[in-house]
Design a protein around this ligand. Structure first.
Ligand SMILES: NC(=O)c1ccc[n+]([C@@H]2O[C@H](COP(=O)([O-])OP(=O)(O)OC[C@H]3O[C@@H](n4cnc5c(N)ncnc54)[C@H](OP(=O)(O)O)[C@@H]3O)[C@@H](O)[C@H]2O)c1
Length: 308
């Protein structure tokens, strides 16, 4: 932990007290020297991360004290900015925390991958992995709204029960049950038309093996491999034999779609149609432990750190 006095504000600057820090699996990839699709985290710099907070001082006409905002201030209690990458949010629609999850980057990720790559049609079967997490739980609900039969894959009975009883999914598969392929086959009697892949490895492989002709696969994340575990695929023939379309995507490449995504997600949250959960741990000092817990699947919904 490193402490330093807050600097005085220059003209045009805004000072934000961060209330919440978002923990996201992508942070793990950036801790590797070679980075991932984005640059590696520099040693000696503040660890990167999305934050939600409140303006406490402003010399920028766009912001006043008390404005709730989200930004990328990283793992720290305050953020100082010229205001360029700081966005005001409306806490009368949803609490500040939602803007780091369902109404933030994870929500847009779900929306984009589902609407542009998976494109489920009514009656089709969609499988989503890490289904009880921040991205997966939004994918599952949007796919249900599109009329698909939705099967969520998650670790453990509690998460599977949440998927069925709270989110209304058609089936849930506990990939830790020891008979993944058999249970997935039972849950997808008509095969899989759309796969939203968040995990990689055995879960991805089992799903590929059940894809139907002309199926669509959105490769969103490979969290099973982020800690350098191998994530081999064996059912590769399915890609050819069943004429599958696989597309990887990175949500920040599609900023032009964020407005439409957030407008739809906000409407669904406002009306209570789109449900979300958060796992919140207190204190910046506990962020590393919470981050490792996230990668071990101890979170339900969006993993956050409360900083106040
Ligand atoms: N492409 C993009 O632009 C983009 C943007 C955001 C997120 N993502 C990706 O989307 C995925 C989900 O992100 P998120 O923020 O919503 O995280 P999350 O799902 O809330 O949390 C990660 C979850 O991954 C599961 N998991 C971890 N290790 C696993 C393993 N070995 N096998 C199976 N499941 C495992 C755990 O759930 P269980 O308890 O069910 O195992 C854990 O709760 C990640 O891969 C992330 O990198 C991609």
């Amino acid at each position: 932990m490193h402490e330093e006095p807050l600097p005085p504000l220059a003209d045009g600057e805004v000072l934000v007290r961060n209330h919440l820090l978002s923990l996201d699996p992508y942070m793990r990839s950036r801790m590797d020297e070679q980075g991932s699709y984005a640059e590696a985290q520099e040693l000696g710099e503040v660890m990167m991360g999305g934050t939600a907070g409140v303006v406490v001082e402003s010399r920028n006409p766009r912001f006043k004290v008390g404005d709730p905002v989200i930004a990328q201030f990283g793992w720290q209690l305050f953020g100082l900015s010229d205001g360029k990458r700081v966005r005001k949010v409306d806490t009368s629609v949803a609490p500040l925390s939602a803007y780091l999850g369902v109404l933030g980057m994870p929500g847009v990720t779900a929306w984009y991958g589902l609407k542009t790559i998976c494109r489920p049609r009514a009656g089709q079967t969609l499988v989503v992995s890490a289904a009880a997490g921040a991205v997966g739980s939004v994918v599952a609900q949007l796919a249900r709204l599109a009329g698909a039969r939705v099967v969520g894959v998650a670790g453990g009975a509690a998460k599977c029960s949440y998927l069925i009883n709270q989110l209304g999914l058609d089936a849930a598969v506990d990939y830790k049950c020891g008979q993944l392929e058999g249970v997935l086959a039972d849950a997808t009697p008509d095969g899989i038309d759309c796969l939203f892949e968040n995990v990689g490895g055995a879960v991805f492989d089992a799903s590929l093996g059940r894809m139907n002709q002309d199926g669509r696969v959105a490769v969103c994340g490979l969290v099973a491999g982020y800690n350098d575990h191998p994530i081999p695929l064996f059912n590769v023939r399915a890609i050819l034999n069943r004429r599958l379309t696989l597309q990887g995507f990175i949500v920040s490449d599609h900023m032009e779609q964020w407005g439409a995504a957030l407008a739809e997600l906000t409407g669904l949250v406002k009306t209570g149609v789109l449900k979300y959960r958060e796992t919140v741990i207190s204190g910046l000092a506990n962020a590393p432990a919470a981050f490792m817990a996230l990668l071990a699947g101890h979170n339900l919904g969006k993993q956050l750190v409360a900083l106040t």
